[in-house]
Design a protein around this ligand. Structure first.
Ligand code: ATP
Length: 239
C-alpha cells in the first residue's frame, strides 16, 4: 500500500512541480496517473522508489516512511520503470543489466540465471542478451528496463510511460503481462486506452495538483473533465 500525504516538491531552479499532493493506492490496486505535459506526473512517481525524497509531506510504502535512511528498504519493495530507459540501463551488456539487481542482493546465481532467461525470452530479448543496451531499439530498451525491474519481484511496480515506442503487438503483450502481475501498480501514461485496460483507479494531475481521482471506468468516460485537463477520451470511447 502506498500513502502520499500533502507532498510538495520544487526543483533546484525553483520550478514548483508538486503542490500538496495526497493519494492512497491500496495493496493490489492499480492506479493510473494522467495529465497534460508538465503536470507533475513523473515528478510524483519518481518519489515512489526514493529517487526523489519529499521536501514537505510524507510518503509511505507498505508502512515504511520514505526517508533517506529507508531508501534501500523501499527500493527492494518498489520497482520504478523510468520514462527514459537510458536512465536505467547502464551496463555494457544487456544480460548484465538484467541480473544486476539480484546479483547485488546476493541472490542465488543459478536461480537468477534461470529467471533471467525466462524473462528475456518473455520479452523476445534472449537473442540480444550480449548486446550493449545502447545499441537496442527504443522498444527493446523499454522492454529491457521493464525486465530488469521485474527480476526484483517488486511488490509495488511503478511505470512511467510504459507503452512509448512499443508496436501494437508488444503493447498488447505488455497489457497481458502487466495485468498478470500480483504487484500494486502505479502507471503514468498518455495512452488512456492502456490505462483503461490495466488500471482500476485513475488520478488526473494538473499543474502539480490532483485535479480528480476515482474509478477508471467513470473518470475515463467523463469527456468534460478530461478536456478541462488537457486530455481526450480514450480512442475506443471516441467512436
Ligand atoms: N530536472 C528538472 N529541473 C527543473 N524543472 C523540472 C525538472 N524536471 C521537470 N521539471 C518541471 O517540473 C514540472 C513537472 O514536470 P514532470 O516531468 O513531472 O511533468 P509530467 O507530467 O511528467 O510531464 P510529461 O507528460 O511531459 O512527461 C514541469 O514544469 C517541468 O518543466
Amino acid at each position: 500500500m502506498i500513502t502520499i500525504e500533502q507532498v510538495s516538491f520544487s526543483y533546484p531552479d525553483g520550478t514548483r512541480a508538486l503542490h500538496d499532493v495526497s493519494l492512497t493506492v491500496l495493496a493490489g490496486e492499480s492506479t493510473g496517473i494522467v495529465g497534460a505535459n508538465g503536470a507533475g506526473k513523473s515528478t510524483l512517481v519518481n518519489h515512489l522508489n526514493g529517487w526523489y525524497l519529499p521536501q514537505t509531506g510524507k510518503i509511505t510504502i507498505n508502512g515504511v516512511e520514505l526517508l533517506k535512511k529507508n531508501r534501500e528498504i523501499i527500493r527492494k519493495q518498489a520497482g520504478l520503470v523510468f520514462q527514459n530507459p537510458d536512465d536505467q540501463l547502464f551496463m555494457s551488456r544487456l544480460y548484465d543489466d538484467i541480473i544486476f539487481g539480484p546479483d547485488n542482493l546476493g541472490m542465488n546465481k543459478q536461480k537468477t540465471a534461470e529467471e533471467a532467461e525466462r524473462i528475456l525470452r518473455d520479452f523476445d530479448l534472449w537473442e540480444l542478451r550480449d548486446k550493449p543496451p545502447s545499441r537496442l531499439s527504443q522498444g527493446q530498451k523499454r522492454f529491457a528496463a521493464f525486465a530488469a525491474v521485474l527480476m526484483m519481484h517488486p511488490s509495488v511496480l511503478v511505470m512511467d510511460e510504459p507503452t512509448s515506442d512499443l508496436d501494437p503487438r508488444n503493447r498488447k503483450r505488455l497489457i497481458s503481462l502487466v495485468n498478470a502481475l500480483p504487484a500494486t501498480r502505479v502507471t503514468v501514461s498518455h495512452d488512456l486506452d492502456f490505462i483503461r485496460d490495466t488500471c482500476s483507479e485513475v488520478c488526473i494531475m494538473s499543474e502539480g495538483r490532483i485535479a480528480a481521482k476515482g474509478a477508471a471506468k467513470e473518470i475515463l468516460r467523463d469527456r468534460g473533465l478530461l478536456e478541462a485537463n488537457g486530455l481526450e477520451l480514450p480512442l475506443r470511447l471516441q467512436e
